[in-house]
Design a protein around this ligand. Structure first.
Ligand SMILES: [Zn+2]
Length: 324
């Protein structure tokens, strides 16, 4: 069952000082983060230790234990077979790295800790937020990502209530710590990705099956926009021009084509919710020498994932479920 997907929905703020809870839009949160807004109850700004933060919306349907396993959940990953069976995190280590880590015994212990980590699934919005954040990091900018739709086993036992985001940017959460014996799934509040939304920490055993589409999902980009962008990019020079002027002396040389790509990406970003604009602009950055058509399809497809999620769901609907 799908929940409504809305990247721009209102969020709930809760003040840690006066206890006031109220609804805000994303533009308010953006101003708040720049200390341009205050708590209506006590006048606190974001700089205070116990300043208001986003909290769970009491109307969030995922608070209903019986509904959790009926909802579609989402995940984005660079792994083409997530959640990988018999995942061996040590498989990619070179002999030199193994030596540096202290030898085989240490590596085995490290690998065991990696395997003990919880998996994470969340709303469609959270999965897209997570992917854009990773694309912004240089290491994953050009990686192939996949979007997964996840079905949980109907029998999963959900931990009561919800936890505060157990790690910053869902990094190292040990499964046993959030899901003790007898519990399969723990809800937690997101602060950063789909702020205020509920995600789940869970083990592989809680997942029944997944569907997968590559990113950008086929048939989601706007062909008219892509054609226009390709024509414009191909008629501008790809030759590198050194940056000039005092302010630009530390900048790498770039081409007029890359500058145009940046402009086109930034124009699309300007139509997105304010908390996704910077990430989208970074994720859509044009790499020197990149093929114009590939860049344009990727950029338009990423935009569609936020602006037109229905077309992405249609692509997922056409995919077979893979049992986990
Ligand atoms: Zn307050």
């Amino acid at each position: 069952m799908e929940r409504q997907i809305d990247f721009s929905r209102e969020r709930q703020m809760l003040c840690g000082i006066c206890g006031l809870q109220w609804a805000v839009d994303l533009d308010w949160i953006d101003r708040w983060e720049q200390a341009k807004e205050t708590c209506a109850g006590c006048g606190t700004t974001c700089e205070h230790e116990d300043a208001p933060r986003v909290t769970v919306d009491q109307g969030d349907p995922a608070l209903d234990d019986a509904e959790v396993a009926r909802f579609s959940w989402y995940h984005t990953s660079t792994q083409p077979d997530w959640p990988t069976q018999d995942f061996d995190p040590a498989a990619v280590l070179t002999p030199a790295t193994r030596m540096m880590m202290g030898g085989d015994q240490r590596v085995a212990a490290w690998a065991a800790r990696q395997r003990a980590k919880a998996l994470h699934v969340g709303t469609f919005e959270a999965a897209v937020h997570n992917m854009l954040r990773r694309m912004r990091d240089q290491a994953d900018h050009d990686s192939q990502f996949y979007l997964y739709r996840v079905r949980l086993k109907p029998s999963v036992v959900v931990r009561e209530g919800w936890l505060i985001d157990p790690s910053n940017f869902v990094g190292d959460v040990v499964l046993d710590e959030v899901c003790p014996t007898g519990i399969d799934v723990a809800r937690y509040l997101n602060y950063h990705e789909d702020p205020g939304g509920l995600s789940l920490a869970l083990g592989r055993e809680a997942i029944a099956c997944v569907q997968q589409v590559p990113v950008p999902p086929p048939n989601t980009w706007d062909e008219t926009w892509v054609r226009g962008a390709v024509t414009a990019l191909d008629s501008s020079s790809g030759a590198l021009v050194p940056a000039t002027g005092q302010l630009n002396r530390f900048m790498r040389p770039s081409s007029p084509r890359a500058a145009l790509g940046h402009e086109l990406g930034a124009a699309l970003a300007g139509r997105l919710p304010i908390n996704l604009r910077d990430q989208f602009t970074s994720a859509a950055a044009f790499s020197e020498g990149e093929a114009s058509a590939k860049w344009a399809r990727r950029t338009s497809g990423l935009y569609a994932m936020i602006a037109d999620p229905a077309c992405v769901l249609t692509e997922l609907d056409g995919k077979e479920y893979r049992d986990v």
